[in-house]
Design a protein around this ligand. Sequence first.
Ligand code: ADP
Ligand code: ZN
Length: 609
Amino acid sequence: MSFTSQTGDNCTQVSTQSLTDALKQHFGHNAFREYQESIIQATLNKNDVIAVLPTGSGKSVCYQLPAVLMSGTCIVISPLIALMTDQVRELTQHNVAAACLNSSVDFFDRQEILSQLDQYSLIYMSPETLMDPSLLNHLSRVPISAIVIDEAHCISHWGHSFRPEYRKLAILKKRFPNVPISAFTATATKQVVSDIASQLTLLCPTVVIGSFDRSNLLIRFHECINGNDQLKEFLRAHDNQSGIIYAPTRKKVDEIYEWLIKNKWPAARYHAGLSDTERTAAQTAFITDQSPIIVATLAFGMGINKPDVRFVFHWGMPQSLEQYYQEIGRAGRDGEPAECLCLYSTRDKIMQKNLAKKEADPSICNNLLKKVDQIDAFCHGTECRRVELLRYFGESYAHTTCGSCDNCTDTIEWMDGTIIAQKITSCVYRLRQNFGVAHTIHVLLGSKNHAVVSRGHDQLSTYGLLAMYKRSDVRYFIYALINQGYLIVTEDQYPVLKLTQSARDILFNNKLVRFKKRYETQQKEDALTHDAELFHVLRSERKRLADQMNIPPYAICYDRALKEIATYYPTTRDALLKINGIGEVKATTHGDWILTMVRDHCRSKNILL
Ligand code: ADP
Ligand code: ZN
């Protein structure tokens, strides 16, 4: 974390204690996260701010708390209607007066909001709405406490999603010279940060750049051996939890979705081939936990603010490490542990490369191909994932191991694969390097299927040589040989296995080959050992109430707060207020049912308090 602050001479510090009290009172959090207080102090001192903090790190409170504490209305510029609606709903739950102005708000509501703007602590709007001259005129007549620009990287050509309408925000400093402007983003290189500062003509902004590390995410990469079995095992370990399954194509999304439904997993699906209505319904079902699992292409995720996503499963390698990191960033936004497992295979690399090659501009195409190679190398890497990922994003991790990635936690054992490798390469040779992985496996297993027998491949000397292994093992061995550079899969319409130069060493020089076997160690236990039964009943009641109120369960309170309740058994309002995540407002609106359930549970289980 680097933090620089240039505050004026006349800056006054609000005491940490009173800010912490305000945080508890309005948002229910017991303490600030590391950088939050500095940003809040800077805004209260009317300094401009640029904050680059990863998703889930708690940027919203950094401008919402000052907005509540300062007089006047805070204008928040956000590019996505879904995000605005979500934020406003959450603020309303905390009794903070907030509204949004965008295309989904009709003329009369808009006039009403505008006529009593001073009643609102925060107003969310899109850049287009703000730039409307009559609105700008209206705003110059009312007291504005601060202007916040969310997703501020959109202002820069150098950012990954430049939006021309963001450029127009450059006039804000001239129109509102005395109003502090703060710009927030989750991704910005140094170049983008200075571009944001100069585009917005910020005055000596306080710049806060947080670490990219998301320490609550368990990061795993496994070879795809039998995807369905691997997914089944993964989902079993995450029973009753909410998560996202990313697949590379619409077809694959449909396939996985149907398989999940057949196996009675509560899933929804999302991809660009579905109608707007279907997609909105899927998104709502996911957010409200009606279908806590969603299978989606990369089209899904932007604007999703669900805090309790407990897992992200990648069926196949993403196109780049940037994309991967953004996608796993949707897990564990509430700071609780979440698991991210990516299944990769050489086929994914071929598919991603073929996709990249469709790009007409040669320099963009080369860049995409480079990114595929980088993520492919990362998948096969044996160093700590965190060390490598952070290095990729230009940050150095303070340790050599993290203790929460596959390379740090899984037990890796090596087995001698020399003989197996000889059998496989010789089989590929006997098949004249003319057949794909599936057929080669059939021959090695001694299958009697038509494709094998009709070609006389049951007469080959390598037929049935690996019959003592399971199909998934043989597949694993073949892919390991591909990954170690002894075999390649051609990139044609019908990919076939071919031997590389190095395969000669296996066939003729008895080259020693090793295969990696992984044994997963259990996910780190939650720090809190909560009463699972109480947690479960509280969660069910929360879901029932949320459905009744037509809001997502997390809008009532987070899992983390329920876990704390199921750990400390609060039976009085004061005790409940000590729970992280429960402030005055939540204690008033939801205290009664929570306390009743805790008391009933303690009584029926003879838990003495
Ligand atoms: P970002 O905008 O950076 O992606 P959010 O503002 O949505 O992140 O916050 C992520 C999560 O962290 C939210 O669930 C929020 O309630 C929680 N959070 C924010 N600040 C704190 C805090 N000081 N203590 C505990 N939880 C916090
Ligand atoms: Zn690690």
